[in-house]
Design a protein around this ligand. Structure first.
Ligand code: SAH
Length: 368
């Protein structure tokens, strides 16, 4: 039996909190829906794959992880081949990206031997899948980036920043107000506007402040904080980070928070914990935070252009040579999906954060 607030105990738990504390920020609602220790989406659901809720680039084509592995190997050489070198993946999903990465990096045996692998993963179910898939590389699981030892760093995050909680603001008559989540008389979650204030206005990106009444703006404090943390590390030790996600390169108005369940759009506020919640990433805000902390930022570069610049077509041709027809078709279809502007080629983007003093990484030399 499901009541108005959902089918697990989480809806009731969030509703109790709202009744006790007042309406919650969208970020607080999102954090509980994704990470509640008992019923949070990432605590109990198996998100990725045909039987999950969504599919990601490394699951679509092995070329994705392979090219990222070679991108890192190239940077490692330019960094002077540090040994050891820390490889971090944020949110490694089923471990597929790193498995492909490691296979490709095996072509540079000294790089492969120097690697120490650290995985930041919230989901216990996915941690099991990653431990199995990457057993040969003996990964160490850590709670967050702060728990990764200091040293030369190569960090990869694919579809990680889109899961970080956002706050939403709505332009009212004179000022902006935070958009909040309340419970209505029927016990359902609803969006309500908080009070207009100069403080709320100050939190909205300057480029959006003069938008017409009713405009919604999103900010993601945790992604700016994480970008700052990565950049500070890159200032202390040589290295780079590659962040790939769907999103925009300049501050863009509109609510992008969306729910996906079993590969279909779902209601953001309905049945919390049962659907994945994600947002379009504001790459401009991430780059600004990283540059403020001392790193260089390159991009964001459309994913299609980035993969093509790294040699995706040559890799496809090599994999297809001598392969049976159905495997060739699958490889071609997979890469097209990642690169075609009508599919993931343009909406998805790559941003590189690099230590001061290192040259532009592969794929970003030409600029935009
Ligand atoms: N990178 C993978 C998976 C993307 S899905 C791929 O491309 O297939 C998002 C991943 O981030 C999942 O592994 C999820 O469990 C993890 N995740 C989301 N929020 C997290 C958080 N706050 N801390 C750690 N891991 C998180």
């Amino acid at each position: 039996m499901s009541d108005a607030t959902g089918s697990t105990g989480l809806g009731a738990r969030i509703a109790r909190r709202i009744r006790a504390e007042g309406p919650l920020s969208v970020a607080a609602f999102m954090a509980m829906a994704l990470h509640d220790p008992e019923y949070g989406y990432y605590r109990h659901q198996y998100p990725i794959g045909r039987d999950g809720d969504f599919i990601t680039a490394p699951e679509i084509s092995q070329i994705f992880g392979e090219l990222i592995g070679l991108w890192c190997a190239d940077l490692w050489r330019r960094m002077g081949a540090p040994d050891p070198v820390t490889i971090v993946e944020l949110g490694p999903g089923r471990g597929v990206l790193l498995a492909d990465f490691l296979r490709a990096a095996g072509t540079v045996p000294e790089f492969r031997r120097a690697m120490r692998l650290y995985l930041v993963e919230a989901s216990p179910v996915l941690r099991v899948a990653q431990a199995e898939c990457l057993a040969a590389a003996a990964p160490v699981f850590v709670a967050d980036l702060d728990a990764v030892p200091e040293g030369s760093l190569l960090l990869v995050a694919n579809e990680f920043f889109d899961a970080l909680p956002v706050r939403q603001f709505v332009r009212c008559r004179n000022q902006w107000a935070e958009r909040l989540v309340a419970v209505d008389e029927g016990g359902r979650f609803v969006f309500v506007d908080g009070r207009e204030s100069a403080l709320a206005t100050a939190l909205v990106p300057a480029a959006l402040r003069d938008s017409p009444a009713g405009t919604i703006a999103e900010i993601c404090p945790s992604s700016a904080a994480l970008a700052g943390g990565i950049a500070s590390r890159l200032v202390r030790h040589e290295g780079a980070a590659l962040l790939i996600d769907y999103g925009h390169g300049v501050a863009t108005p509109g609510a992008t928070l969306a729910a996906v369940r079993l590969h279909r759009a779902a209601d953001v506020l309905e049945d919390p914990g049962m659907a994945d919640l994600s947002v379009h990433v504001d790459f401009a805000a991430i780059a600004v935070a990283a540059v403020a902390a001392g790193a260089q930022a390159y991009g964001p570069m459309p994913q299609g252009r980035f993969l093509t610049a790294l040699g995706a077509d040559a890799r496809l041709a090599a994999l297809c040579a001598g392969a049976p027809r159905d495997r060739r078709d699958r490889l071609e279809r997979g890469l097209t999906r990642l690169i075609d502007p009508r599919e993931m080629g343009t909406l998805f983007k790559a941003l590189a954060l690099v230590s001061p003093g290192l040259p532009a990484p592969a794929g970003f030399e030409a600029g935009l």
